[in-house]
Write a protein that binds this ligand. Structure first.
Ligand SMILES: CC(C)(COP(=O)(O)OP(=O)(O)OC[C@H]1O[C@@H](n2cnc3c(N)ncnc32)[C@H](O)[C@@H]1O)[C@@H](O)C(=O)NCCC(=O)NCCS
Ligand SMILES: Nc1ncnc2c1ncn2[C@@H]1O[C@H](COP(=O)(O)OP(=O)(O)OP(=O)(O)O)[C@@H](O)[C@H]1O
Length: 197
């Protein structure tokens, strides 16, 4: 069984993943993390990305400077799409490999469900929703993002309506964590019942 977890930046996807990992012994596959691994020197995306974006995105030790690359792609939609086209097919291949290799519940997390083709390999897709103001406040406080950075990343992602239309379940994460945990338990049990897994 494969659950897709999606939602905008800072909506609380990692919080949902932690609960599924601890409570249901799920294998967690974070597409951000997979992309990061593939962009390490020697990784499957490294050469293509450094050739496409040039030496200005490289740190002295040869690693890709993620801050530089983020500044480039989040201010230029064509560049963001170019980066996506270099990374997403290889990320998806690696995600599928990990799902096939694991005998149990896999949970795939992504902020980009359409670009990542999430529906194709998930049995159910859950959207983690929080109002923009709450997620901006959480990202500024917990992750040190500026308000401007939050708005820039949010502008490059799907709208709430688009996320909803791609998802089977909406998890509301604007309240206390325990309320979110209860929605996860309920959604999981309903899905098992409906699908006889
Ligand atoms: C642009 C990069 C270098 C920024 O790295 P950085 O370490 O600063 O941030 P991190 O990877 O943790 O991403 C932070 C958040 O930005 C959002 N985000 C990341 N990539 C993208 C993208 N291509 N388009 C829109 N939003 C994105 C996500 O909500 C993510 O959680 C990095 O995100 C990247 O390489 N992105 C391309 C690969 C990708 O699309 N990954 C996401 C799913 S496959
Ligand atoms: N119910 C909650 N109450 C208070 N804070 C929360 C709650 N859920 C998440 N947070 C906090 O909000 C911030 C964003 O959550 P999280 O990192 O899970 O988001 P995310 O969707 O995984 O983000 P990204 O798209 O960047 O990976 C974190 O600092 C987290 O601790």
């Amino acid at each position: 069984m494969v659950i897709g977890v999606t939602g905008g930046v800072g909506s609380g996807k990692s919080t949902v993943l932690n609960f599924l990992r601890d409570g249901y012994r799920a294998q967690i596959i974070e597409e951000d993390q997979v992309a990061r691994e593939l962009m390490e020197p020697g990784g499957a995306c490294y050469q293509a990305v450094t050739e496409a974006f040039g030496p200005e995105i490289l740190a002295e030790d040869g690693q890709i400077n993620r801050k530089e690359l983020a500044a480039l792609v989040f201010s230029d939609e064509a560049k963001r799409k170019q980066l996506n086209s270099l990374t997403h097919p290889l990320v998806e291949r690696e995600v599928r490999r990990r799902i096939a290799a694991y005998d149990g519940l896999s949970v795939v997390e992504t902020a980009l469900p359409r670009e990542a083709g999430l529906r194709c390999f998930c049995d159910t897709v859950w959207y983690v929703h929080v109002s923009d103001e709450i997620r901006i406040a959480r990202l500024m406080q917990d992750r040190g993002y500026s308000r401007e950075k939050c708005l820039q990343v949010m502008a490059s992602q799907l709208s709430e309506e688009e996320f909803r239309s791609l998802s089977d379940v909406v998890i509301e994460n604007g309240g206390a964590r325990e309320e979110t945990h209860q929605q996860i338990r309920d959604s999981y049990n309903i899905f098992l019942k409906q699908n006889r897994f």
